[in-house]
Design a protein around this ligand. Structure first.
Ligand code: SF4
Length: 312
């Protein structure tokens, strides 16, 4: 079996920053450190942090007064920040700067009187956080059909934003439809779908043509990992989204000559390596890595954590 390994894959700059932030917070303040929502959407990462003393919560009210808190990479709404303040929580913010960019765009457009059409998935942590910046000004658009259902007064100023981890192709289809229906709709100068989402999708799109099966490492609640699996299966190729090799069935690969592996932006390289080892062991696999695009993006730790680090 040829194991085709897509590059870039796995951790992005935002996930690296969020993980380092939680590591440093645990090191400096000791456990427990509360984290609002999963630090990133990956079971391995979350479970490992649980063993180190991180406690993941979905409600600020679950956190005892005065505790240390970290906001996850997906960002939070102002309401959540205020709730944390009112409980005297010692809060740090590991929101990815590329998510913050979308929040700032939402605030700017709302202040200027625009109605904002946010292309994204209902219920995703990032979408909840962004909508919370200007709830009265934002309408969520989940798919092409939803474009027909938008009802806004004649002459309204309109802009669109997107979730950072969407399928580039799906988002472009929705944007084309929005532009057709609302020709004067505006958008930020630089798109919101982030570099990491775009690069991982580009690699899977280019490499999946030559594969008999596709394995994407990532958790089921990871939006960008789901999009990679969908892309891998576009031409009818079997594509599996799994947390690790323990979720794979040997029978699915017994006739496959070439298997493509990639990983969502929140999946650690250790599970990629474990999957390569599993295929090598069972199918005498040999590895070929294909670099589609180089990445060199790095994000600094949040300012408050940098200050604590430099106090040493
Ligand atoms: Fe930031 Fe993109 Fe990574 Fe999300 S996927 S954390 S937006 S770099």
């Amino acid at each position: 079996m040829k194991i085709l390994l897509a590059s870039p894959r796995g951790f992005c700059a935002g996930v690296n920053m969020a993980i380092q932030s939680l590591d440093l917070t645990l090191q400096k303040f000791g456990p427990p450190v509360y984290v609002y929502h999963e630090i990133v959407h990956n079971q391995y990462v979350v479970n490992e942090f649980k063993t180190k003393g991180a406690i993941f919560v979905d409600e600020i009210e679950e956190i005892p007064d005065g505790s240390t808190l970290l906001f996850s990479a997906h960002g939070v709404s102002p309401e959540i920040r205020e709730a944390a303040n009112s409980r005297n929580l010692h809060a740090f913010d590991a929101t990815c700067p590329l998510v913050t960019k979308v929040h700032l765009e939402a605030i700017k457009y709302a202040k200027e009187g625009y109605t904002i059409l946010l292309i994204g998935h209902e219920g995703h942590d990032e979408v909840i956080g962004t909508m919370g910046e200007a709830p009265e000004a934002i309408i969520l658009v989940e798919d092409e059909d939803a474009v027909e259902d938008i009802h806004i007064p004649e002459g309204s100023k309109l802009a669109y934003l997107t979730q950072t981890t969407l399928s580039v192709d799906d988002a472009n289809r929705i944007i084309r439809k929005l532009r057709k229906r609302f020709p004067t709709i505006e958008s930020p100068p630089k798109e919101d779908i982030c570099y990491a989402t775009q690069n991982r999708q580009e690699a899977v799109r280019k490499l999946s043509d030559g594969a008999d099966a596709v394995i994407i490492l990532g958790s089921q609640n990871s939006s960008n990992s789901q999009r990679l699996r969908e892309l891998g299966s576009e031409n009818g190729t079997p594509a599996y989204l799994v947390d690790g090799p323990e979720d794979l069935d040997k029978n699915c690969f017994s006739n496959e000559q070439t298997v493509l592996i990639s990983a969502g932006a929140s999946a650690p390289e250790s599970v990629v390596q474990a999957t390569i080892d599993w295929l090598t062991l069972h199918f005498d696999g040999h590895l070929e890595e294909q670099m589609i695009r180089e990445e060199s993006v790095r994000f600094p730790l949040p300012k408050k954590l940098r200050e604590i680090q430099s106090d040493d």
